[in-house]
Design a protein around this ligand. Structure first.
Ligand SMILES: Nc1ncnc2c1ncn2[C@@H]1O[C@H](COP(=O)(O)OP(=O)(O)O)[C@@H](O)[C@H]1O
Ligand SMILES: [Mg+2]
Length: 300
């Protein structure tokens, strides 16, 4: 098959691993920097161009879209979808996963455990919002943050009020969330391929940061999921319409709580767990790309 990996970083470990496994399986692979692609929108003729030529006859795209380029990257992916090209992550699901509020609403509806979350506009009822999520300490996170940037732990009610006011003034969309103290500094990443968990790791912050993101200096170790955790990850993936994704969960007193579902999860988990995740993705493509295109049924 002719596979295009949409990636801004051709040298990225994840991009390289996907390429390596695809080549090993006899596919023709090309890495395309989607941020340099341009799209011609004409009646009945969806074209994607790159460095002066049309990208043609693609069977499969693997979008690896950076959070900072969600809109553009998903528009380029969508253009391939318009041509009937199979994708490992639909443009609509990518966009959906990047909005933390939208994602939590969808997961809550599907019965996936999430931390108690509030969202509001305007400064009038700050105290009630704080009370509704259980009071301080609490977490405030910008709706489109990544890598732990934009996630604040407000230890006191005063701090929470100040942060919320600052965000309101700046017009930043944010969530207010119950602080899961028992899981502070750790979380679990479950890598889902074809709707099933294929690898999982625990991430631990190295200093006393409450954020466990590897980008904040967190460290990963392999972890065996409980049945409940595995089911929760799979349910979250399904709810978000992402057959391939990374589900982040916290272990809480009341069971697993999902923080987010990543549409372009990194492959660092391969080094931590010794599982060949990239090959699983290529196999998933081989089993699914020839069939009918999967319709997005999330409806939100
Ligand atoms: N409600 C919470 N309670 C405790 N820790 C949290 C909570 N939300 C996030 N964290 C910590 O902060 C990290 C980053 O939060 P997350 O929602 O995943 O944002 P990002 O998209 O920036 O990674 C998480 O991995 C977790 O360690
Ligand atoms: Mg995260």
């Amino acid at each position: 098959m002719k596979i295009v990996i949409l990636s801004k970083g051709p040298g990225n470990y994840s991009t390289q691993r996907l390429k390596e496994e695809a080549v090993k399986h006899g596919h023709e692979v090309r890495i395309v920097n989607y941020s340099e692609c341009y799209v011609m929108v004409e009646q009945n003729k969806p074209v994607v161009r790159y460095r002066g030529e049309e990208i043609k006859d693609v069977d499969v795209i693997i979008p690896r879209i950076a959070a900072s380029l969600t809109k553009y990257g998903s528009a380029v992916s969508r253009q391939f979808e318009m041509q009937g090209v199979f994708t490992t992550a639909s443009s609509i699901a990518i966009a959906r996963s990047r909005d933390k509020l939208r994602a939590t609403q969808i997961m809550a509806r599907a019965g996936v455990g999430i931390p108690k979350t509030a969202f509001a506009r305007g400064t009038a009822e700050i105290d009630d919002v704080i009370e509704q999520v259980g009071g301080a300490p609490l977490i405030i996170k910008v709706a489109r943050g990544t890598h732990g940037n934009g996630v604040v732990l407000a230890e006191t009610k005063k701090a929470a009020q100040a942060v919320m006011q600052a965000f309101y003034v700046e017009g930043v969309s944010f969530l207010v969330q119950e602080f899961i103290a028992e899981s502070a500094g750790t979380d679990i990443r479950a890598f889902v391929v074809g709707g099933k968990v294929v690898a999982s790791m625990k991430r631990q912050s190295l200093d006393d940061d409450f954020r466990s993101n590897l980008h904040q200096g967190g460290e990963g170790t392999p972890v065996k999921l409980t049945d409940e955790e595995r089911k929760t990850a799979q349910k979250a993936a399904k709810a978000m319409g992402l057959p391939i994704c990374g589900v982040d969960m916290m272990r809480s007193k009341i069971g697993p709580l999902v923080l987010e579902v990543n549409a372009s999860p990194g492959f660092g988990i391969e080094k931590v767990t010794n599982h060949n995740v990239a090959e699983k993705i290529i196999e998933y493509i081989e089993q699914n790309a020839k069939g009918r295109r999967r319709k997005d049924r999330v409806g939100a």
